[in-house]
Design a protein around this ligand. Sequence first.
Ligand SMILES: Cc1cc2nc3c(=O)[nH]c(=O)nc-3n(C[C@H](O)[C@H](O)[C@H](O)COP(=O)(O)OP(=O)(O)OC[C@H]3O[C@@H](n4cnc5c(N)ncnc54)[C@H](O)[C@@H]3O)c2cc1C
Length: 486
Amino acid sequence: MDNHLPVAVIGAGPVGLAAAAHLLERGETPILFEAGTEVGTNIRSWQHVRMFSPWEFTVDSASVRLLEKHGWHMPPQNELPTGYDLLEQYLTPLAELPEIKTQLRLNAKVVAISRRDIDKMQDAQREAAPFVLHIVYGDGQEALVEARAVIDASGTWHQPNPLGSGGLPVMGEKRYADHIAYGIPDILGEASARYANQRVMVVGSGHSAINALLELVELQADYPETRLVWAMRSTNLARVLGGGEDDALPARGKLGLRIKAALDNGSLSIVAPFRVRELNGVNGGIDVVGDTPDGFMTVQVDELIVSTGARPDLNMLRELRLELDPSLESTRALGPMIDPNIHSCGTVRPHGEAELRHPEKDFYIVGMKSYGRAPTFLLATGYEQVRSVVAALVGDWEAARDVQLNLPETGVCSTDLAGEGAACCGTPNNLVPQANTISLTSIPVVGHQLQLVSLPTASRACGCDDTCCGDGVRSTSCGCETSCCS
Ligand SMILES: Cc1cc2nc3c(=O)[nH]c(=O)nc-3n(C[C@H](O)[C@H](O)[C@H](O)COP(=O)(O)OP(=O)(O)OC[C@H]3O[C@@H](n4cnc5c(N)ncnc54)[C@H](O)[C@@H]3O)c2cc1C
């Protein structure tokens, strides 16, 4: 292969930009394609959210070295940036550096990747052939660009999961799209008029749902007619609320503590387990029909916020030989390490090029996308991934293998940014509300007799066998050997 070709990096989020910085440091030529008009496009949609990692864990070492060469100063290590801070104080200055800027193509979406004249089926000469990336620019122009290796750091946030608990859209989801927002809308900023004094349902049980709910609770202080209902399919509130004061990232732990306080003072109601089946438009609002243990129930709302995670775009990788985890769509070797069905209290063990390798030589998926649908990705992980991958691409196998990752513990078996499938038992904590039933009195319920949806929050007996969670989630490493369930 022509080693003078650049290494293509897809996506100018924090991990893609870090890959470019590592490539430059190693004397390589990166070419960086970003679908959006600015770097960090995905982060812009949640820029109002304060991150739970302090600056120390949100910057990449090679990027910092490059920035410091140009006089940049690290923000106070212990402070927590918002998404906006990360963009303004780190990613934009990094992208503006001449070394990066000349290699960055904005408004350039990668829609497909293959090898020059070699389709997916062909073995002969495969590894010798350069990659070819099909790019579609914002103005409709197209280009085919060759590269000697490809690092896909295109994230998942722009591909939110639909509302249905089975992974499909529910009936009416498309039709009533005007009433639905995905992710974490800017509830206290530009979207405030949309939610003020409205009946709002938030669906999901991860940090994204909690972030949205906390902003809604703040909005409610100024607009007391705002009615909030939190719908989730999980009934394990201890797991949903997270590690609290035991979380090594205190800001992440505090999310659970704050939402617990809002539940306690009645600012919002929970319906759980509640699996949305159908949406119907009624009198300008939406009837949300959900499946509960007591049968179908209808909750009337004006707006829905769907925070049920995201999934990777695999279409553009169709011509490449991938090995993916069948359930998570993460890189295969990563699956067992991050699978929310079995992942335990400990954090992800260090991993790098070896775990990220695909049958397609010199092609790597990194960053948020390397985790597929698993919601637990942290930037520090991604930065170590690209350091290792770039070392391998330049033949420094010793550095590629020497992976070091020191991630903070969650204090609860599984942290869950967005998904509802997170497994395992919570460590004993005092977060779990004592009430077994949370009433729906503030939300009109029609069509069926009002049924209070029971939310079992009683502590579990810690049998410490493989089914200790008792919630239908099989746990193979749920920490029974340590603290297990309370
Ligand atoms: C609300 C929220 C808070 C978070 N807080 C933290 C935290 O405190 N600490 C932490 O460690 N992690 C946190 N994360 C997790 C994670 O670190 C971020 O999601 C991070 O943005 C992931 O970086 P990335 O570079 O992998 O992907 P992204 O930031 O998603 O970047 C991907 C980029 O690729 C571009 N792109 C997509 N498709 C294409 C294409 N086909 N062609 C070209 N470009 C494309 C996108 O436009 C985007 O700019 C948080 C995530 C969320 C959602």
